[in-house]
Write a protein that binds this ligand. Structure first.
Ligand code: ASP
Ligand code: MG
Length: 411
């Protein structure tokens, strides 16, 4: 008998038919004699709809009340799934995050899981119940409900799997696994049978929608197979196809890169004409970090005529705040001007093969040149290369790059 954690995303439980489909998968797993803990997201677009509802009432609602509202989405889906499983004749219980022992930091809207105390879950499993847990939520030290940030249910599932030393953690979604690019946008995208935590982490962070990056971080930290034997699998709730296994030492397929990702939640800010002297970058970026504004790609021009320009990217929701910080600071740092652009996108390639193969960057840039797409900024690390481009070029860029690295079989 194994302990299996299964997570189902919003699209997998979008309507009654899908809820019964999930109930079927869960009870099939249970029937085989396994202990099953299920984590669910809110149905379909529920979370987005709730956010819209809040905006109608108060666009500046406090984060506490937002979390009170948003946690209700998962309360609906866990109870409905439990009812479906009851109807199929199996013992089941649904639990909210706090009932399942999810203790989080107090940061409403982006709380971090501090501890999971799975006593209640264990008790229910001992009674041979199937346990359904609300994803994306927990309780903070004030006794308030919190949410983990968008897409947080993946992290809830991995957290339970690691705390309970599960044998397998399955993330069910509406695609069949991790692909070399978004299969909905890139016709030639291929499914990977395995991927390493590091590559998955980069892909998730760079915009691949399939797994939340915090969940991969956590799986990497606790999921070392030798230690707990947790395997993380991404698969579809709608087909029976085998998915993608995410693990430490993934079998290396004969590929230079493992994927192309696109992120459109990016804005570029440029500080034009700052004096070319030491300490300015330090001052600017510490001001931003003091406001919790995370900066991604940074580009600084060579100083000419005593001045230089510094550009960087932030997520779009932080753009206004970042500009405000810089405007307030502009005269202190003697900047000429501050400009921004949110019509940009970041397109990235990820692959462990980069460490050992030269020419991967050149190949990516050649694809961009062939498609006549201008590159605004470039950033690299050991296993990734990102370019910032005009958002209107983004899908074309992803396709061009993907075709370059994964030419279709006929060619
Ligand atoms: N329902 C939440 C969201 O849409 C959490 C999740 O889907 O993982 O962000
Ligand atoms: Mg969702």
């Amino acid at each position: 008998m194994s302990l299996i954690v299964q997570k189902f995303g919003g699209s997998s439980v979008a309507d009654a038919e899908r809820v019964f489909n999930v109930a079927g998968i869960v009870t099939d797993t249970y029937k085989k004699g396994n202990d099953v803990v299920v984590v669910v997201s809110a149905q379909g677009d529920t979370t987005d709809d709730l956010i819209e509802k809040a905006k109608e009432i108060n666009p500046d609602a406090s984060k506490r009340e937002m979390d009170m509202l948003l946690t209700s989405g998962e309360q609906i889906s866990i109870s409905l799934l439990a009812m479906a499983i009851e109807k199929l004749g199996y013992p089941v219980v649904s639990l909210l995050g706090w009932q399942a022992g999810f203790n989080t930091s107090s940061a409403y809207g982006s709380a971090r899981i501090k501890r999971v105390i799975p006593d209640r879950i264990k008790k229910e499993l001992d009674k041979r119940n199937i346990v359904i847990v609300a994803g994306f939520q927990g309780i903070n030290r004030y006794g308030d409900m919190t949410t983990l940030g968008r897409g947080g249910s993946d992290t809830s599932a991995v957290a339970i799997a690691s705390v309970m030393h599960a044998d397998l953690c399955q993330i069910y979604t509406d695609v069949e696994g991790v692909y070399t690019a978004d299969p909905r946008k890139v016709p030639g995208a291929r499914k990977l049978s395995e991927i390493s935590y590091d590559e998955m982490l980069e892909l998730a962070t760079l915009g691949a929608q399939v797994l939340n990056n915090r969940s991969v971080e956590m799986a990497k930290k606790y999921g070392v197979p030798k230690k707990y034997n947790i395997e993380l699998e991404v698969l579809s709730s709608l087909t029976k196809a085998p998915g993608t296994i995410v693990k430490e030492a993934a079998k290396v397929e004969k590929m230079l890169i493992s994927g192309v990702a696109k992120d459109t939640n990016v804005a570029r800010i440029s500080i034009i004409g700052v004096p070319d002297r030491p300490g300015l970058a330090f001052k600017i970026f510490s001001k931003l970090s003091a406001k919790d504004i995370n900066v991604d790609i940074i580009l600084q021009s060579i100083g000419r005529h005593g001045t230089k320009d510094i550009s960087f990217t932030v997520t779009q929701d932080k753009m206004k705040e970042a500009i405000q910080v810089l405007e307030d600071y502009k005269s202190t740092i003697d900047a000429e001007n501050i400009v921004c652009d949110d019509k940009v996108a970041k397109v990235s390639i990820v692959g462990a093969g980069m460490e050992t193969h030269a020419g991967i960057a050149a190949k990516m840039f050649e694809a961009m040149f062939d498609a006549q797409i201008n590159i605004q900024m470039i950033a690299t690390s050991e296993i990734k290369i990102s370019v910032l481009i005009d958002v209107s070029d983004a899908d074309r860029a992803v396709n061009a790059i993907h075709n370059k690295f994964f030419p279709s079989e006929q060619d």
